[in-house]
Design a protein around this ligand. Structure first.
Ligand SMILES: Nc1ncnc2c1ncn2[C@@H]1O[C@H](COP(=O)(O)OP(=O)(O)OP(=O)(O)O)[C@@H](O)[C@H]1O
Ligand SMILES: [Mg+2]
Length: 364
């Protein structure tokens, strides 16, 4: 009679605990997963015969939650946690090894934790679905935002083009008319011209970025395009005390591309490489071909990227340069051009020092 009463008491405890855990999971939010798992364990503890001497832990790839810091699994029972039919973790219930043996666990207790493990798996599935939905929503919002930014910038760039050309044109006329007369205003006019040229470059990049530039695809030889771009940047290389090293096998690397846009890729990558190079640094330009692609690698000996910046460098308006030195548009222009050529661009840190950009462009 006493035995039946004890068994009944145990059964009631287990049922209460199951009910409690179901409510915890029902109310749980995907934002507080660890708290939820913790609450589940403390409720579960109460369902066991010797709650004070029983400790438990949930171990998954991501979470390790225990009712005590020093968990000893030598006397324990366990149940697997599966998420979308895949084994993702284990629930262990452990008894104090100094006082108990495995026989002190009831058969019902194993059934109880099997049941709870299923519930925890279900909860983790729900969390995964929710997180997936949030990430999808974020991606869509991001794409939306980018296309809106694209539209707006295209509009602004277009509107600014004509007045900027006017500022530049009239400033040059004024400069011409003041030629010969030694006037301190000459320096001011040069500043107007320099700033107008800078703004025109920004507008040009904006137009590239929002893909409002017509594309002319032709069969071109990449090698002279590279040599030409480096020649055009010769003054910049010299001024910054940086040396270009060209590493190309042969003189023929043919591909179908827009040569103006390809030059734009080279300019932007080289300008960045020069900017971030130390004095007497080397910028290596390497080009080669595979069966289907042309591969361009531009590396420098500068400071490279910090880990957090790397995912952002191709985003429009991301720049670590001081204000006035960069608009953060160069790499997004490059990215846009490479994508429109159905190619691929990636960036990483060199093994020793500096950054390396790899551009892959299909030959056809
Ligand atoms: N070679 C490089 N070494 C280290 N960091 C680089 C390098 N190239 C680009 N970056 C990082 O990527 C950022 C974005 O580059 P991006 O060319 O898009 O813009 P920017 O050079 O800052 O401005 P803009 O090109 O519009 O003048 C840079 O500000 C810098 O933080
Ligand atoms: Mg740049």
């Amino acid at each position: 009679m006493i035995k039946t009463e004890a068994a009944l008491k145990e059964r009631i405890k287990e049922l209460t605990c199951l009910y409690e855990i179901s409510s915890i999971i029902g109310d749980a939010s995907a934002d507080f997963i660890e708290d939820t798992l913790n609450n589940i364990l403390f409720s579960l503890k109460k369902g066991f015969q010797f709650p004070l001497d029983t400790n438990m832990t949930i171990n998954t790839e991501i979470y390790n939650i225990s009712t005590t810091e020093t968990i000893n699994k030598s006397i324990s029972i366990n149940a697997n946690i599966t998420v979308f039919k895949e084994l993702k973790g284990t629930l262990f219930v452990c008894l104090d090894p100094h006082k108990y043996t495995l026989k002190d666990f009831l058969h019902e207790e194993q059934l109880l934790i099997d049941n709870i493990a299923i519930k925890v798996g279900g909860f983790l599935e729900r969390v995964a679905i929710q997180q997936n939905e949030t990430s999808l929503k974020r991606q869509m919002e991001h794409a939306d935002r980018l296309s809106i930014v694209g539209e707006i910038t295209a509009g602004i760039a277009h509107e600014l083009n004509t007045p900027l050309a006017n500022i530049l044109g009239f400033a040059e006329l004024l400069k011409d008319s003041l030629k010969g007369s030694l006037n301190e205003k000459n320096g001011d006019i040069d500043k107007i011209i320099d700033n107008a040229i800078y703004s025109r470059e920004v507008v040009k990049k904006l137009m590239f970025f929002s893909c409002k530039m017509p594309q002319e695809m032709q069969l071109i030889n990449f090698v002279p395009v590279i040599r030409n771009a480096i020649k055009l940047l010769d003054a910049t290389f010299r001024k910054e005390n940086v040396k270009p090293i060209i590493n190309i096998k042969g003189e023929d690397l043919w591909l179908k591309a827009d040569s103006v846009q390809i030059t734009q890729i080279l300019f932007n990558l080289l300008m960045n490489a020069i900017y971030f190079s130390p004095k007497n640094g080397l910028v290596t330009i390497q080009a080669s071909e595979t069966k289907k692609n042309i591969v361009l690698k531009i590396s420098d000996e500068g400071k490279g990227f910090i880990k957090e910046d790397l995912p952002k460098i191709f985003q429009p308006f991301f720049s670590t340069k001081p204000i006035g030195d960069g608009a953060g548009l160069g790499l997004s222009v490059v990215h846009g051009i490479v994508s429109s050529h159905k190619g691929n661009i990636s960036a990483k840190n060199n093994i020793h020092k500096g950054a390396v950009f790899t551009v892959i462009l299909p030959k056809n």
